[in-house]
Design a protein around this ligand. Structure first.
Ligand code: TRP
Ligand code: SF4
Length: 400
């Protein structure tokens, strides 16, 4: 009923690194070829955990957008914007809060998990409890049906689906829905309206899924129905009311096991990262000083790649030929660790080169980035406003 639309956000809480590139950004770049995409800086979400460190938000936000652009996110293909520049997110968050059971929020697994994990911070705040609901507002306000996120975020999308259903259930029953639906059926013309009614009956009385699918595609083809009538007829098919909000689906991003310099997962908190736009000398130095198999004390001691963080990098960056060379050379001590690291250094630098190239003009002229974001915010505001009109009307706030 609603066109495919992808939305995802990222919190500006520090430098992006190669883990973000392999885990998230490569995926965004692929998605923008295929779908209408909206990507945004989740600055309000950053404040839920960093409310006492506002100084990092703005700086990280601009750096992060440059990192996106460097990775190949294309402002001609995707809408890039900043959450707090689209105030309707906050309005929807407030309106949704009216009908959100407290227990649902308390039961979201990330709530307790993160509180325990970030125990040095006081996260028993109203804002932190509301984190998933703010995320729901981000998604529902664009009627985005595909949300690319990692495993850890899946419960938030599930929560959003539940909020969506509850909202449609409570507010989708507009006054006179039945009559309006009947009137809309007439507008289909006599042949098609007969078919619609027949398919609806078959679905509702016999649970015939084919009939449902056929009826939906019948509606899809209708050019002359208003959006409102079309939505009513979709809703009427399944017995409910009008579908005001659209249930999003998770586009699960494959968990990329991007290792850090020490073999643990690459993460800012482990201090084992290579930044997306790190300069070449620093990258060389970091990889040259990476720990290796501790058994290789001397150059003549054989080693075992399976226990070496450098091997993890070969798994990401090297082809079979180089991997064979590493396996044999390491186990027979015919290569040294610096030899072994050299192709990794080359591949990482080669990966980063186009990113540096793309970033250069934005680094030199910050106005370009400001303009991209201003543009994206304007588009996002327009799209958000379309949904907000329906939501306000459904909630009795349509003053005219
Ligand atoms: N919570 C997400 C994260 O930490 C960021 C985010 C905020 C988001 N709003 C969103 C992701 C909406 C997808 C859709 O990664
Ligand atoms: Fe690790 Fe390569 Fe040294 Fe073996 S040769 S220990 S795989 S860096």
């Amino acid at each position: 009923m609603f066109a495919d639309r992808v939305l995802s956000g990222m919190r500006p809480t520090g430098n992006l690194h190669l883990g973000h590139y392999h885990g998230v950004l490569k995926n965004w770049v692929a998605l923008q070829q295929q779908y209408e995409c909206l990507f945004f800086v989740a600055d309000w979400h950053a404040l839920t955990t960093h409310y006492d460190a506002p100084e990092i938000i703005e700086r990280s936000a601009w750096d992060m957008v440059i990192d996106w652009l460097a990775a190949g996110v294309d402002p001609a293909k995707a809408v890039l914007f900043i959450q707090s520049k689209v105030p309707a997110h906050a309005e929807l968050y407030l309106l949704l809060s009216m009908m959100t059971p407290l227990g649902w929020l308390e039961r979201v697994p990330t709530y307790k998990d993160q509180q325990e994990k970030l125990s040095e911070k006081d996260l028993s705040t109203y804002g932190f409890l509301g984190y998933p609901l703010l995320q729901s507002a981000d998604i529902l306000i664009y009627r985005a049906n595909r949300v690319p996120v990692g495993e850890d975020q899946a419960p938030h999308i599930e929560f959003t689906r539940e909020i969506c259903r509850r909202f449609n259930h409570i507010y989708g029953k507009e006054v006179g829905f039945e009559e309006k639906a009947q009137a809309a059926i007439k507008k289909l013309g006599s042949k098609k309206s007969r078919l619609y009614i027949e398919l609806r009956t078959r679905y509702q009385e016999q649970g015939d899924e084919h009939a449902l699918a056929e009826a939906k595609s019948l509606l899809e083809e209708q050019q002359n129905l208003s959006m409102g009538d079309q939505e009513r007829l979709y809703g009427y098919l399944e017995g409910g009311g009008k579908m005001i909000l659209c249930e999003p689906e998770t586009l699960l991003t494959k968990a990329s096991r991007m290792p850090g310099l020490d073999g643990q997962k690459m993460s800012k908190s482990y201090n084992n990262t290579i930044s997306l736009r790190e300069d070449a000398d620093s990258v060389r130095k970091k990889i040259r000083t990476m720990p290796t198999d501790p058994a290789r004390v001397r150059r003549t001691d054989p080693g075992n790649p399976e226990v070496c963080p450098v091997w993890q990098f070969h798994l990401i960056y090297s082809d079979d030929e180089i991997r064979d060379w590493v396996q044999q050379g390491c186990r027979s001590a015919s290569i040294g660790c610096l030899d072994c690291k050299s192709p990794v250094i080359d591949r990482v630098l080669a990966e980063q080169e186009p990113m540096h190239d793309r970033a250069r003009m934005y680094e030199e002229d910050p106005v370009l980035v400001r303009n991209i974001i201003a543009d994206g915010c304007e588009k996002a505001n327009q799209l958000a406003e379309e949904t907000m009109r329906d939501i306000r009307a459904a909630m009795g706030l349509d003053y005219s």
